[in-house]
Design a binder for this molecule. Structure first.
Ligand code: B12
Length: 222
């Protein structure tokens, strides 16, 4: 499936990609694993862009193919309402200078389906806007998604502004998105970094469990 899906993305074959994902789901494929394969295929598209083989138009079209397959995957990724645990509030966005949002939207969808209340600020978000929203909502978690390296500067600025506003100590900052790494996490001063939405949910829950307002949840609520 992996090679076929990659070929469909690289060949800009939207319908092929849709069919492959549908078939994989029908044969009980794990939707998270299928999502990972799609992400890898997008990486391959990015590599061709980097080498000059693809242009911006291909990136745009690949994004459309990705949206089409995630629309099919989404219902399989969601938790049934009855199975939802209470989650915390999260302020989320793509930092200033960056307009990528496909990964951000997936993580937000999954977090909401796992009971989190997510305030999505969209893309190209000014550091001040993140701070204002954190103050307004009292959210204990800030999620930032970055796909281009210049976004590291705005993430760093946002975290500095958190410090200046006395919010840093009580805010769990988690970052993700294709270009982020553990090294980047340290550089920008975030608390956690992952590319895996399931791990992101686990990390946020672990953080909330350590907070007085949330730590009285029963162990089987987790
Ligand atoms: C699609 C795409 C675009 C689309 C975006 C459409 C959209 N609505 O998002 C468009 C065409 C708009 C675009 C534009 C540009 N792009 Co672009 N793009 C890509 C591409 C091919 C795929 C990105 C993607 O959506 N992947 C799929 C998603 C699902 O993966 P993901 O975001 O990593 O998300 C997953 C995880 O990271 C995680 N996650 C995501 N966010 C978060 C947040 C948190 C808190 C957590 C915990 C987890 C998490 O969850 C997701 C689930 O799997 C990448 C290639 C690549 N290697 O990624 C280049 C890439 C990111 N783009 C690149 C570039 C250079 C650009 C442009 C500058 C091109 C140009 N000359 O104009 C512009 C940037 C404009 C700007 N100011 O932002 C470069 C960046 C290089 C760099 N290191 O800076 C890349 C890497 C391509 C390359 N190899 O050269 N792009």
């Amino acid at each position: 499936m992996e090679n076929e899906l990659k070929a469909a993305f690289l060949g800009m074959k939207r319908q092929d990609a849709i069919n492959i994902v549908k078939e994989a789901l029908q044969s009980n494929g794990d939707p998270i694993a299928i999502l990972k394969v799609c992400r890898k295929a997008m990486e391959a598209v990015g590599e061709r862009f980097e080498t000059g083989e693809f242009f911006l138009s291909e990136l745009i079209y690949a994004a459309e193919v990705f949206k089409a397959v995630t629309a099919i995957l989404e219902p399989h990724l969601l938790t049934a309402p009855g199975e939802r645990e209470a989650g915390g509030e999260v302020v989320f966005g793509t930092p200033l200078g960056d307009i990528h949002d496909l990964g951000k939207n997936i993580v937000i969808t999954l977090m909401r389906s796992h009971g989190f209340t997510v305030h999505d600020l969209g893309v190209d978000v000014q550091p001040e806007k993140f701070i204002d929203q954190l103050k307004k909502t009292g959210s204990p978690i800030l999620g930032m998604s970055a796909l281009i390296t210049p976004a590291f500067v705005s993430m760093r600025e946002t975290i500095s502004l958190l410090e200046k506003n006395g919010l840093r100590e009580n805010t769990f900052v988690i970052i993700g998105g294709g270009v982020t790494t553990e090294f980047a996490r340290k550089e920008v001063g975030a608390d956690a970094q992952t590319l895996d939405p399931t791990a992101a949910i686990r990390l946020c829950r672990e953080y909330l469990r350590g907070m007085p307002a949330y730590s009285d949840q029963k162990p089987n609520d987790r």
